[in-house]
Design a protein around this ligand. Structure first.
Ligand SMILES: C[C@H](O)[C@H](O)[C@H]1CNC2=NC(N)=NC(=O)C2=N1
Length: 96
């Protein structure tokens, strides 16, 4: 069972994950990505899928041609947890 993110860690989110924002209507983080074309966007999604499987933590996401939107939250915790931070940081690391 994942533990909900403590308040102290929540305050660190903007520093830890400066490219992610809070989802407007739920306890989740969100980031929008834009790539050169669909092929690049899908390649990115394939790499994120492998991260998700390795971490057993899966994104809520959408794709429209060269754009990908990712929302991360922990269903088992009913909101944000350390697992979301870990996956978001791993996703950011894919892009260098
Ligand atoms: C059984 C499996 O480990 C769980 O359902 C995992 C899978 N991936 C998950 N992903 C996310 N985002 N939240 C979860 O609570 C979660 N739980």
């Amino acid at each position: 069972m994942a533990e909900p993110l403590p308040a102290a860690r929540r305050q660190e989110l903007s520093t830890l994950l400066p490219l992610w924002g809070m989802a407007p209507d739920r306890d989740a983080i969100h980031r929008a990505f834009r790539f050169r074309d669909f092929s690049e966007a899908f390649g990115f999604m394939a790499r994120v899928a492998l991260l998700a499987e390795a971490q057993d933590h899966h994104p809520e996401w959408s794709n429209v041609w060269n754009r990908v939107e990712i929302t991360l939250t922990t269903h088992d915790a009913g909101g944000l947890s350390e697992r979301d931070i870990r996956l978001a940081a791993s996703i950011d690391a894919l892009l260098g």
